[in-house]
Design a protein around this ligand. Structure first.
Ligand code: C2E
Ligand code: MG
Ligand code: MG
Ligand code: MG
Length: 289
């Protein structure tokens, strides 16, 4: 290798770093404007109650269409918001949009809906978060008992007493807490009973090998049994095929979410969906996306 090629490789590497750093700064700047101008949206993904085939809830997922970059993945703009000190504002904006949409769905469907909203680690551990969330729910006239706060397993593990305190305060007030992406962190099964949670959202990585690996099937069955005994509801995430759905039902999984049932969609699309009036008994679930 010559000096020249080494230099070229370094320059290329540095170029990439500069570019992504520039994008991050740009995103943080523009996000502030988008928040002020109401440029953020949410989409809602149905959560299906498997025994009845009805939609028992929705998860709100933030969407941002950047004027030049196009759609920015939420993981990226949530990180940008955390860095730029905008996470409170982002969380408040998403919550207001999500509650308004959930009201629309309830009116359209004529049945109670659970609303799930994601919270980042930084936001959860900010001073006064639990009180702010409760006040915001009250202002939006959304019942705490139909609200699910989704916190990833790694956040619960990594954050100290502040996060646990906030979660306990919220649960005491009636809010449901879900451990999101369960199975991607390092919680041991023996610690399941210590998690301040009402629901476990089983990460979709569990599903990818569910239909091909018997060992995986045995694990999921055991986890479902354990959670049932601990009074925790399990929601399987990322269900993409009819085969996965059938196996989950066979294993006794109570709730699921994924492209097989429906992708995240704008509220107007979901409100028009015939899910609200399922035939009695086990209804086949329409495929939404
Ligand atoms: P999450 O909470 O685990 O959300 C599920 C993600 O999986 C969503 O990605 C959803 O679009 C995607 N998904 C749903 N069904 C399927 C499926 O069948 N197959 C596959 N491959 N994917 C599926 P999305 O919308 O890109 O969001 C990514 C993550 O960003 C979320 O993961 C959540 O952690 C975070 N996020 C989204 N909105 C917000 C928000 O408002 N606030 C915060 N703090 N985080 C958010
Ligand atoms: Mg989630
Ligand atoms: Mg998840
Ligand atoms: Mg996830």
């Amino acid at each position: 290798r010559t000096d020249a090629s080494l230099y070229a490789a370094k320059a290329a590497g540095r170029g990439r770093t500069v570019l992504s750093e520039r994008r991050r700064h740009r995103l943080a700047d523009d996000l502030a404007h988008a928040l002020a101008a109401g440029g953020l949206r949410v989409e809602l993904q149905p959560v299906v109650d498997l025994p009845t085939g009805t939609v028992s809830g929705v998860e709100a997922l933030a969407r941002w269409d950047h004027p030049w970059f196009g759609p920015v993945p939420p993981a990226e703009f949530v990180a940008a918001a955390e860095e730029a000190g905008l996470i409170d504002e982002l969380g408040a904006a998403v919550l207001a949009l999500a509650c308004a949409d959930a009201h629309v769905l309830q009116d359209a469907w004529g049945s109670a809906v659970h609303l799930g909203v994601n919270v980042s680690g930084r936001e959860l551990t900010e001073q006064g978060y639990a009180d702010r969330l409760l006040r915001a729910l009250e202002a939006a006239h959304w019942p705490v008992t139909q609200f699910v706060l989704e916190v990833t397993e790694s956040v619960v593990e990594a954050s100290g007493p502040a996060a646990l305190r906030a979660l306990r305060t919220l649960r005491a007030a009636g809010v449901l807490v879900a451990i999101d992406d369960f199975g991607t962190g390092f919680s041991s099964l023996s610690r399941l009973d210590e998690l301040p949670a009402d629901l476990l959202k089983l990460d979709r990585s569990f599903l990818t090998s569910l239909t091909t690996s018997t060992r995986r099937t045995v694990m999921v069955r055991a986890l479902l049994g354990l959670c049932a005994d601990l009074d925790m509801l399990v929601v399987a995430e990322g269900v993409e095929t009819a085969e996965q759905a059938a196996l989950l039902e066979e294993l006794g999984c109570r709730a699921a979410q994924g492209y097989h049932y429906g992708a995240p969609q704008p509220v107007a699309v979901l409100a028009a969906h015939p899910w609200q009036a399922p035939p009695p008994g086990r209804a086949p679930v329409a495929s939404g996306g």
